[in-house]
Design a binder for this molecule. Sequence first.
Ligand code: NAP
Length: 272
Amino acid sequence: MIAVTGATGNVGRELVRHLAEAGEAVRALSRGRARDLPPNVRHRQADLADPDGLRPVLEGAEALFLLVAGDDPRGVLEAAKRGGVRRVVLVSSLGVATRPAAYAHAAAFEAALGDCGLEWSILRCGGLASNALAWAQTIRADRQAAAPFGGAGLPVVDPSDVAEVAAAALLGPGHDGAVYELTGPAPATPRERAAAIGAAIGEPVRFIEQTREQAREQMLAFMPEPVVEGTLAILGEPLPAERRVSPDVERVLGRAPRPFADWAARNAEAFR
Ligand SMILES: NC(=O)c1ccc[n+]([C@@H]2O[C@H](COP(=O)([O-])OP(=O)(O)OC[C@H]3O[C@@H](n4cnc5c(N)ncnc54)[C@H](OP(=O)(O)O)[C@@H]3O)[C@@H](O)[C@H]2O)c1
């Protein structure tokens, strides 16, 4: 059985579907309730911030898909080991490599994984295409999308691609000790992403350039300050390593990563 944390999120939802379609027994985990899970998938409420509470939930799992959440990665991994987990796939951030000070939290999870004695793989994701869901309300209401640094392109990655790579690493051989960098197939600017959503819904979306300060204030509502600063630095002054298109999705899946327009087409309903 495979335990999937973050099972109701953009990546986790897709991963649960892939694993269930592959005939795997899946236990879907999140703090809140879950809707629309595939038949035969059991959901259990669990908080990664509470490793003791995780123990019974991970009992009988052979593999674990793990998010960076809570402050006790070693406690979580100990609970996993006691439950019988032998393999862990961690979804981390490219920022661990490029902005270590801002991504120290994710780095602590990676470090704990490295010396826990289990098989492991790390998926360092660039920005997710699904971050564009932050525009859903204003696109639905006014056909407008606001973001800073409208002309700065980054190769955002489709959460479905992350989920497929995770499924491969959870199920197949040859991924132990791998650190994959997951990106899309080409840099796309916020302005281009807004236009792609317009194309997907069949109506133009007006792009509004925010100042750095406006974006900072908005982000502080749901992210800690160091992460906000790190994210703004990535969005505004991306390093060559952050603009780079990684070969890893193709290496693992044997096909190119999906472009942003593909994600927009599959998620058009969220913006109509
Ligand atoms: N967004 C990006 O650009 C980006 C870039 C690099 C890496 N990542 C990583 O990718 C991961 C997955 O992204 P996503 O878009 O799929 O996330 P998401 O849509 O925000 O969903 C997060 C999922 O995790 C669950 N969750 C959150 N905190 C939890 C906790 N303490 N214990 C147990 N479950 C918890 C949520 O459900 P409940 O709230 O009900 O618990 C939900 O199922 C993120 O965790 C992030 O660290 C994201």
